[in-house]
Ligand binder design. Sequence first.
Ligand code: 13P
Length: 252
Amino acid sequence: MRTTLIAGNWKMNGSRGRTRELIRAIIAGLPQSRGYEVVVCPSFVFLADAAGALEGSGVGLGAQNVCDQDQGAYTGEIAGDMLVELGCRWAIVGHSERRHLYGETNTLVASRFVAAQRHGLTPIFCVGEKLEERESGATEAILDEQLHAVFEQQGAQAFRSAIIAYEPVWAIGTGRTATAEQAQAAHAHIRGRVAEHDARAAAELQILYGGSVKPENARSLFAQPDVDGGLIGGASLQAQDFLAICHAGGPQ
Ligand code: 13P
């Protein structure tokens, strides 16, 4: 039985005060005992503040990326050890904004995935196709390439300790959500591919959906058999919306 996970990707938003305030509001609105996991991923520079504010809450802390290297002359990068020291247990890798705005390749993303695991962080590995790729029927081929890069570097058991987030690029920040059926089809494809390498990992793997998840559509997405929660962008910046999405991850 897979636990539902709701993760907030705060992207490049907020301030120290806003980070603490948002965390306070989220903690206050979550039930003490809940059947789902909640993780927030603030900007790197607010991780220390966030870790303090989250203490004892049961809400997890994740980073928005991690360097593929362990230390040294990599200006502007953040090593896995540094994130662990700040209290992170998850790291997003391969977000479409990293891939498409900053040119991160499948190979680099896979190296970041490997580095996250090397440091004991659980990678939240983002995959997804662009609109033209979906329209030309290439969705599954794109997902396969993105997954293949990780198998190539980390081997058949790569997904024993990992999370995948399916985020169709055309649904991110656009208000255009994948239908529950589209999400389910992509998630089932991803799980099937992982199962070809490692059936146990595939059965236990949390596959999150991301892309314009809102309180209004969260429940139908999370009700799909292969959708194990969400990676939430814009709606995670408003405590009430994020909490409503979290509640949608609870018992139906
Ligand atoms: P939105 O929820 O704003 O579409 O962003 C999704 C996302 O990119 C999460 O990583």
